[in-house]
Design a protein around this ligand. Structure first.
Ligand code: FEO
Length: 393
């Protein structure tokens, strides 16, 4: 896809990765692909903000060359070290002889540990500025949003914020702006991105948004490093982040289970029936057949989680164990949780599930329900009542 002008003399020169299907190893599924956004600012001096993943270097370079020769680039701003944004740097630094890399002190260290090159590097801190001519690049450190090196770049003359990963979405489209795409899909991808990447960092997200709000700077456009650029309504994604970071929830329960011979599944369905009859929204997932990236997105605004597993070797089943390990890392707050499961002779899954939930930091774990082998009619009634009671809680 060719360069796109997003503001006068500021171009998107990134690439669309239509077919990437996972991220961060295999922890995050990207069913809708992604984009690596890179922005070229043409002024008396020329700056490139972020680069792209290494295999897409040539495509991005072709986009830059539509606007300026590479030899003219003065600065390459590295808002973030991670390879999806710095992958093209080694090649670009060879082709841009006068370019200086600009980033935080942690960025300098991190880039060195990735590429082992001694590039001309300018370390910047919050509120440092680089005057390009008509425009000024202003930097704001954003440590742990989501790496220690992370930084935002702001151009006051255009009220343009380039916050790298923050406010992004893994969403490949032929469009570049929020007003060109379906809002439901856009917000779904933004929520999935938040749940799977930023959820554990929510207190830092709140603090950073507060810090930016106190600076009282106008923000008319947010151009993240993945997905769609917010030009029509940047306030929409800021409000969504405030809600997600505050752990705001609705009357919704996510039920996730893994079953061996169907007993735990029967329980899950009956518990869900009780929840639904009590008036709650329910999402029910068999973890062995579901995408956990999607489940975490659904959990982001759910007040309740109910998690079940059959017992196998005195423990929970392997798919739910892997799911719980990731949930532990996401550190959800202010949730009501319960567990359930079936067993043959000695149990174990329910106890193990509760142990992991405690490690997750979830305080409110409600009494569990479990049955040996299959629940009979009376057992199924207990499952239904368990759902109704959980809804009341
Ligand atoms: Fe933290 Fe898009 O990389």
């Amino acid at each position: 896809m060719s360069a796109v002008e997003i503001k006068k003399d500021i171009h998107w020169v990134g690439v669309v990765d239509w077919n990437v299907r996972d991220f961060h190893g295999h922890t995050y599924t990207t069913k809708r692909g992604t984009t690596y956004n890179s922005y070229l600012i043409k002024d008396e001096l020329i700056a490139l903000v972020d680069t792209v993943r290494a295999p897409f270097t040539e495509e991005s370079i072709a986009n830059i060359r539509q606007i300026v020769p590479l030899e003219k680039i003065d600065y390459i701003i590295a808002n973030h070290v991670e390879a999806d944004h710095s992958g093209a740097l080694p090649k670009l630094m060879k082709l841009c002889p006068k370019a200086k890399v600009v980033g935080t002190a942690k960025c300098k260290e991190g880039l060195y540990r990735h590429y082992y090159e001694n590039w001309d590097f300018q370390v910047v801190k919050s509120q440092d500025k680089i005057k390009l001519g008509q425009r000024t690049l202003t930097f704001l450190e954003a440590p742990m949003l989501h790496w220690p090196d992370s930084m935002f770049t702001y151009i006051p003359e255009d009220a343009l914020l380039m916050p790298n990963d923050a406010f992004g979405q893994h969403y490949a489209t032929s469009f570049r702006f929020d007003d060109e795409v379906e809002q439901v899909v856009l917000m779904e991808e933004a929520a999935k991105y938040y749940a799977n990447i930023l959820w554990p960092l929510s207190s830092l997200v709140l603090r950073k948004i507060e810090e930016v709000q106190k600076l009282n700077i106008p923000i008319k456009m947010i151009a993240p490093s993945h997905g769609i650029i917010w030009r029509k309504d940047p306030g929409k994604i800021i409000q969504a982040y405030l809600s997600w970071a505050s752990n705001e929830t609705k009357k919704k329960v996510v039920v996730v289970f893994e079953t061996m011979w169907g007993a735990t599944e029967k329980m899950a369905r009956k518990i869900s029936e009780g929840l639904i009859d009590a008036g709650l929204e329910v999402k029910l997932y068999d973890i062995a057949r579901s995408d956990r990236t999607d489940i975490f997105k659904e959990m982001l605004n759910a007040k309740g989680f109910i998690i079940g597993s059959s017992t196998h070797d005195n423990d929970m089943l392997p798919n739910i164990a892997s799911f719980m390990e990731l949930l532990k890392g996401l550190k959800p707050k202010n949730r009501v949780v319960a567990v359930f499961g079936s067993y043959g002779w000695a149990g174990g899954a329910v106890k193990e599930l509760e142990e992991v939930l405690k490690e997750t930091g979830i305080q409110e774990i409600k009494p569990s329900i479990s049955f040996q082998y299959l629940p009979d009619e009376e057992g199924m009634k207990k499952c239904y009542d368990f759902g109704v009671e959980f809804a009341r809680l």
